[in-house]
Design a protein around this ligand. Sequence first.
Ligand code: ATP
Length: 303
Amino acid sequence: MDVVQATSISRSYGETLAVDGLDLNVPEGQIVAILGPNGAGKTTTIEMLLGLRRPDSGKVRLFARQPDSPYARARVGSMLQDHVGPENLTVRETVALVRRYYPWALPVDGILDRADLVGKQRSKIGELSGGQRQRLSFALAIAGDPDLLFLDEPTAALDVVARTAFWQQVRAFATLGKTILFSSHNLGETDDVADRIVVIDHGRLVADDTPAGIKGLVADRTVHLTTDASREELAAMDGVKALDAVDGTQGESGSWVVQTRRPEHLLETLFSRGRTVTGLQVVETDLEAAFLHLTRASGERAA
Ligand code: ATP
């Protein structure tokens, strides 16, 4: 069964079309990353999926119900902002308080354990570090033992160590068969967490695939080089899937980032034609490059 079903949802704020006819179905047990640059429409999408905002048009169902129905509400946990409760309550008191709102809540100790907060349970919220607050926010999101968990840029304020620990907690929760949807603009971390990546830009879905598939959409290799070959010449080479000029290029030579299946062919051809090649670097395409390319392409189409 699809836990999330969004059909052609749109939402504007005045003149700004934030989400533009988006379709998204998420089956049970999947970990889905919603990626996109700032202002892409990720938060608005998540708010509509959660029933916190009504779409201007289109339809959302969670567990085949209205997202704001008591049934859907009880099965969904969300971590939307870092406001976690009154500053003078302890971590344990806050967790105990919030879990009372849910019909199928987890035990307090289980929640504290899953969020790695056992050692901090007697601390007041006002005394927590940013990373600890984030963990508390996660604890409150899972308090009702949700089947679907929404995380809106959950690691934005965390350092690398805290991030890794956080994703371990999320993955452990996912192994219980839970569905997880999170937004991010940090690609590095989504690569090994998500089963599926949905890329949104200008309120539209520009890609929807596995992390490997997203990388494959661009190419196998990224070649950085400065050459006197023209854009047309580079673009016509066999295996080239994408070509981006690096800003600030002047004179006869241009600096390029080329995505290609056949880096050797590209270089052999340039050398055989007597083209200059400097600043050469060939690297495996990472998710960041794939994503930048996808969102840039959608920006060009929108323009
Ligand atoms: P970010 O990564 O920066 O959080 P996002 O992908 O979550 O961005 P949204 O917050 O959904 O994007 O915003 C999408 C667009 O809608 C942006 O152009 C934003 O300026 C606009 N927008 C969002 N919320 C409002 C609002 N309450 N009033 C007016 N415009 C809004």
